[in-house]
Design a protein around this ligand. Structure first.
Ligand code: SF4
Length: 342
């Protein structure tokens, strides 16, 4: 079956040619799909014969809401979507003053093994398709009625471990005939896969690259993020400098503040040294206090921030959203997996 929704507009035109249809039909189909059409029957401006032909040759699936949690504190909505093969992924809708932001998943599970992350329990099941990534944005908008203006690829999965798909998704969601979300409104988060960061740089996209750093020294970072064992912090920062030189885009560094692990003064000073000469922005993230986790929230967030800022590094403390619905990534899917195993 052809995965029509993962196709670019140009590829759809090629398909129309093969089917002996005029090229403008591709535009009509593209628009229907990017508005969230759930069947070919709905595409009423297409001839019936073409609708039937498409229904016979193409898969048209839409995700269903398996679970939905709405924060009473700030309106954050967390979705657990069930995909056509039964797997589930999470999407979070956050309401900021600058617009509605959706945080989407790029894989079912993740093989990166970060110790603070529920998404990696059970490893990676499979990559998502471009259509499944697009659907998270599209159906979150349709279900919530909130117009999405920003996207962060920071949900379940490592986006650069599924780079080809992510690049295609970006092309689709950026399309003026589709959701038309500008690259400057998109952030892509990575745990630091240097080869793929170098590859991404070649495309010179205007998105924001966000590196999940969480520690400035190899000993700590390798302990909490196994990916660091093969690369190391020095190589990662060298790669980030190359990325900035190639794209001209400032990198954002994510830093979850963990009590007694990465919140010491010397770690702030080391981070400053790494960032010297490369414009970057540090996002300090207050950790959620998860009862069963040995990692506890730092009590030194402000001091750490001040130490960075006093040495010329811009650092902000991220506002906690969805505190009452456990909005950190992977939690809902994990709960679902546990229930299914019972
Ligand atoms: S933090 Fe990101 S890269 Fe690390 S295990 Fe979780 S989903 Fe994977």
């Amino acid at each position: 079956m052809i995965n029509l929704k993962s196709m670019t507009r140009a590829e759809m035109e090629g398909l129309m040619k093969e089917l002996g249809e005029p090229a403008f039909r591709a535009g009509q189909i593209f628009q229907w799909l990017h508005r969230g059409a759930a069947s070919f029957e709905e595409m009423t401006n297409l001839p019936k014969a073409l609708r039937e032909k498409l229904a016979g040759a193409c898969a048209l699936t839409v995700p269903t809401v398996e679970r939905k949690q709405i924060s009473r504190l700030d309106g954050t909505i967390k979705y657990l979507w069930r995909l056509s093969d039964g797997n589930c992924v999470e999407t979070v809708l956050m309401r900021y003053h600058h617009g509605n932001t959706v945080c989407i998943s790029s894989q079912v599970g993740c093989r990166m093994g970060c110790v603070f992350c529920a998404s990696t329990i059970g490893g990676k099941v499979r990559n998502l398709t471009p259509a499944e990534m697009l659907d998270q944005v599209l159906f979150t908008q349709l279900d919530s009625g909130a117009e999405i203006s920003n996207i962060v690829l920071m949900g379940i999965g490592e986006p650069l471990d599924n780079l080809e798909t992510v690049l295609r998704f970006l092309e689709l969601v950026n399309s003026p005939e589709g959701m038309n979300i500008g690259m400057r409104h998109i952030s892509l988060s990575t745990c630091g896969l240097v080869e793929q960061i170098d590859k991404l740089a070649e495309y010179r996209l205007q998105l924001t690259l966000s590196v999940s750093l969480h520690a400035p020294d190899d000993e700590t970072r390798s302990r909490i993020m196994p990916v660091n064992r093969s690369v190391g912090v020095e190589k990662l920062f060298a790669c980030c400098r190359r990325y900035f030189e190639t794209t001209g885009r400032r990198i954002s560094y994510e830093y979850a503040m963990i009590d007694g692990v990465n919140d010491a003064d010397w770690q702030a000073d080391l981070l400053v040294r790494h960032l010297r000469g490369t414009p970057g922005h540090v996002n300090l993230i207050p950790l959620n206090d998860v009862a069963e986790s040995p990692l506890k929230p730092s009590r030194r967030v402000r001091q750490f921030q001040e130490r960075l800022e006093s040495q010329g590094v811009t650092a902000t403390v991220r506002r906690k959203l969805g505190g009452d619905i456990d909005a950190s990534c992977g939690q809902l899917r994990r709960k679902r997996m546990e229930e299914e195993a019972e």
